[in-house]
Design a protein around this ligand. Sequence first.
Ligand code: DCP
Ligand code: MG
Ligand code: MN
Length: 342
Amino acid sequence: MSSQTAKKNTEINKDIIDKLQAMGDLYGKTNDKWRAYSYQKAITTIRRCTHRINSYEEIIKLPGIGESLAKKIWEIIDTGSFEKLEDFQSSEYMNVITLFGNVWGCGPNIAKQWYDQGFRTLDDLRTKAKLSDNQQVGLKYYDEFLERMPRNEVCEIEAVVKEHALALVPDLIIQTCGSYRRGKPTCGDVDILITHIDGISHEGLLIPLIDSLKKSGFLTDDLVLSSSDKYEEDSGSHVKYYGVCLLPGENRKHRRLDIIIIPHDEYACALLYFTGSALFNRSMRALAHRYNMYLSQHRLNTGVIRKNNSKINTGTPLYTPTEESIFKYLNLPYRPPEERDH
Ligand code: DCP
Ligand code: MG
Ligand code: MN
């Protein structure tokens, strides 16, 4: 599907999609993964519709949409409102879960636990909850972290990181990814990917870089420092730092900064992954799955053999020098970062 039609279709059924998205997000926040997933699937299906949906019969025929969800979609079309969403949105439970879920480092399960413990306000958390180091940082900058920053501020932050990194190792490849690379007007954080073309000079860079940024007062708090993702089945040679930075000058805000350092042979897969969006990544991985391939932030493997959804043969890595090469293996026309929101 071309991005042109994708845009038009999204507009035709936009009111439906927006309400389903809002509901799906709320289910995500309460960790109701199953419902969140059904909503996401329905949104993808409706986005593919090339005309305005205008009957219940039509909805129920759409793949993957069951009776209960079809009724809700019809309610949106027929009445213009979605009662369950409105109830959910105005419930005390949902408001508290949303409030708590916005603390950096707090997932849906913790938010629910805090609710069950009787906490209702951020002050309750500050005074009564048992907080991890990350959650303390998250609470400290609660309002600042909720604000998105303009693109020019991302450039300023990138410039500081570049200056310090290049002073340590010249010729590094330093690329800001995430929503910034997708061309968004505002960004939630700054995602910086670093590598070196010689395949070795990136090694051992992270700690000196963090030290250098700290000495200058640019980094104010740490969140995560890790050499590999222990929860990730395909953990590899990436090192990452999540922290908080502050540009010099008056009226500056604390911003979230993610730095990821990777070996050069994984650059294209890492670039693709950290550019996102998360939703786009999910569909790329699903597509790879259908071709008996496996796509991760490290590599694209082919000849993967799966049994009951677990790999019994991990396959062999394909040569992926560029993002274009990954699209090609998956038989997809190349999509520039600006067209990777879905
Ligand atoms: N990512 C992913 N799955 C996740 C989290 C992240 O695939 N659960 C990938 C895709 C994201 C990228 O990492 O685009 C960066 O993550 P961010 O959380 O920084 O998301 P964005 O930069 O896209 O948006 P924002 O402007 O909110 O930071
Ligand atoms: Mg980001
Ligand atoms: Mn990020």
